[in-house]
Design a protein around this ligand. Sequence first.
Ligand SMILES: *Cc1c(COP(=O)(O)O)cnc(C)c1O
Length: 409
Amino acid sequence: MTTLAEARALDAADGLAPLRARFVRPERLIYLDGNSLGMLPAASVAASADMVARQWGERLIRSWNEGWIEAPARIGALVAPLIGAAADEVIVCDSTSVNLFKAIVAGLREAGRRDPKRTVVVSEAGNFHTDLHIAAGAVGCVPGAELRIVPREGLAEALGDDTALLLLTHVHYKSGARFDMAEWTARAQTAGALMLWDLSHSAGAVAVDLNRAGADLAVGCGYKYLNGGPGAPAFLYVAKRWQGGLGNPLSGWMGHAAPFDFTDDYAPADGMTRWLTGTPPMLALDGLESGLALWRGIDMPAVEAKSAALFDILLAAGRRAGLDCVTPLDPAARGSHISFRHAEAYGVVQALIARDIVGDFRAPDVARFGLTPLTLSHEEVWQAGEALAEVVAEREWDRPEYRMRSAVT
Ligand SMILES: *Cc1c(COP(=O)(O)O)cnc(C)c1O
């Protein structure tokens, strides 16, 4: 168990602590939801004012030639070091859902071209639901394709000579459990399938090395650990070896080799540009660029070490409260959040929010707390742990106002 003095000592020795001042910090708020919507970087405020007032307001359409048109590739290159990719293997565009669609259809078509028997997308039961919904929609767009959703224990066995693509979320959104990326990539590829990773809860949370694992495709979220702002564009990774062969099923003019030739025929651009579809959302991209600026030069092992220390503080408090931790205790087997099971988890989270301690609830019975090392201090997490223990011990969750479900949990 950590004491307040120990938490303060950890803060005093924390090399990441100065980064906290680079975020807008609402008074008294202890924010444990940076895994869902990252905090606002202070520099984003001025950057977006410049984007709106000068780049849009004054420069208007000239801005496309003053840095806008390169933005998806330029910002993709900022994501690359965080996921173990080369700068020209990542582009930012669309949402994670849309990028999943593009990657799944492209992967299915490629697998089918090489071997018409390969028609199946395998994914995990209980994966983040949009991944499964998008996969269901994507197989519906490819004749003969099907989606097979299997429990984690059955995944290895589900891979076979009909598998086109294995789609896994690297860090599970609810439990926080992390797949071994190299091991599962090798499994998929040994079975003859392509490997598509969803890194939504991994990028900026744990050290990721797509190239070392030999992954084929990956997508991930810009508004969680990367602090890109609500609905920030997502990222898409296509390994260099696939860039010439795979095609974007949402073939739009921004992915064309010469969009301003206005030709009737579609000719894909080289490299990652072909994965663009429509006009880049510049206001949103600007927020993502500001968020990623904070990640420049950050040492991921230091981030992981701080995450583990924050985890231990909250774990001890949760145990004191008698809560069941559903997140793996081995740091290498999890991401950067901690989840507890409680029959009244919704009320527990609401009672904490009433104390300005913001986590979230994941149905049916999980209270989830994001441990974002760039924005949190050990002392804040210690305070959150004390409050959690009190809320549970004093049954503070058992109030009618904490049972009213909002649309977003
Ligand atoms: C957050 C998250 C998404 C989000 O998808 P959007 O298209 O941005 O809504 C997708 N997949 C996983 C695993 C996530 O955690």
